[in-house]
Design a protein around this ligand. Structure first.
Ligand SMILES: [Zn+2]
Length: 59
């Protein structure tokens, strides 16, 4: 479905410590790895810049 403006949830894997967590791809603020603090999602005001490995798009 083309609901891209509403965003979607992604399962991302931290590039530094392999921690996986669920993030929103239109995050309102920067999301950091809960384990090591590395930035995983950078807020841009629209679709976020994902700076971690995207393991899966959560449906
Ligand atoms: Zn990490």
């Amino acid at each position: 479905m083309s609901n891209d403006r509403k965003g979607k949830f992604l399962r991302v894997k931290c590039l530094d410590c392999d921690n996986e967590q669920i993030v929103f791809d239109h995050a309102a603020s920067t999301v950091k790895c809960i384990i090591c603090g590395k930035t995983m999602v950078e807020s841009t005001g629209g679709k976020s810049k994902i700076t971690a490995h995207i393991a899966e798009v959560v449906k």
